[in-house]
Design a protein around this ligand. Structure first.
Ligand SMILES: [Mg+2]
Ligand SMILES: [Zn+2]
Length: 165
């Protein structure tokens, strides 16, 4: 493989992608009042943005007092985001863009839809697969991150892959 091949720069979602279950869901399921499900349903239905959902959750976050002492949410990676993201993945992708690398997005859910639009290549599972199919967005399906790494190492030379994550 020639040396001018662009490196893949991997952007991997955390909740539901690295973890089997959404960490927030598990915390809320376990500790919060039932009303959080209304907020989540509104988010699933697309009626409110991630940031609003998180703000909605913040209302219930007082129930997390034992976690951090003080319930507090902030959005350090939502600056200049036009989508209403809690963490703006495409914003991060654009900020980290360099001429020698292509953004590869690995994700599973609704929080990844804008990142997908900014991606050169997409690995999708779960809800994100259906979204990509519906929208005609090319993607590689995966079940675990080892599938992704196996696929990536089959198409990229290890020398190109080094220091790309
Ligand atoms: Mg996710
Ligand atoms: Zn955004």
């Amino acid at each position: 493989m020639s040396t001018n091949v662009k490196r893949p720069r991997l952007f991997c979602d955390f909740d539901g992608t690295i973890t089997r279950q959404d960490v927030i869901d598990v915390l809320l399921e376990t500790y919060a009042q039932p009303r959080w499900r209304d907020v989540e349903q509104e988010w699933i239905d697309g009626r409110i943005s991630s940031r609003d959902a998180a703000l909605g959750i913040r209302i219930f976050a007082s129930h997390f007092e034992f976690v951090s002492g003080v319930p507090k949410w902030s959005f350090p990676h939502a600056k200049d985001c036009p989508h209403g993201c809690g963490t703006c993945k495409p914003g991060i992708i654009h900020r980290l863009r360099t001429p020698d690398a292509v953004p590869v997005v690995i994700g599973d859910g609704r929080s990844d839809i804008f990142a997908v639009d900014a991606a050169y290549m997409v690995y999708a599972k779960g809800w994100l697969q259906s979204h990509c199919k519906e929208q005609g967005i090319p993607f590689h399906p995966f079940r675990s991150l080892s599938d992704v790494l196996a696929h990536l190492s089959a198409i990229y030379d290890p020398a190109v892959m080094r220091n790309t994550v």
